[in-house]
Design a protein. Sequence first.
Length: 212
Amino acid sequence: MILLEQLNPLQIAFIIAAPAAVILLVLIFILGPMRRRRHKKHFMEYCYKAIYRIAFDEDYYLINDFYFRVDTSHVAKIDHILFGEKYIYIISDTYFDGDLSGQDTDKSLIITNRKGQKFYTDNLYNSSQLLINYLSTSTGIDKSLFIGVALVNNECKLSVISNSKSLYLIQRNKLKKLVKAIESRQVGKINAQQLDNAVKAIDKLNRKKRHK
């Protein structure tokens, strides 16, 4: 048996630190996946809270889970519509188990998962633009008033090239900063009557209560 008195300070420090390091690694491997699963399960709820906080702080009108008919056989869904002072934000929520790369003009984006495997997914820029086109056509509201925002989870690293000033792909925790930057643009505000008309026109199309 080796007595503690026979060990030098470095060896004693190693004996003390080794179990702590093992416990830490076990916690990382167990708690990390558990946290990701919980975040994925409640991602839309987290997005709602972030958007609601912006609406509450800035006194913006907000519609969630908006369904509207785009033709005789199809109903589209918009997760959130946020009415700012200068723009109307069409916001969608998507959780990814990996990172995204590509260009905003590509047909698809590339997902790279934690194992390095690559997969294709629909380009969220195109999805946002399609929703804006549908909503503009259905309401008569000019497309220039809409900003499309695709929200992803904070852990999703983005390497997507885009120069668009009306379509954005960002992590959830950057939404507040984005909205603030866009609302600070040197353009006129939507006047109160126009904004009221826009809210009513969009709300009139809402089929949420009838959608199954």
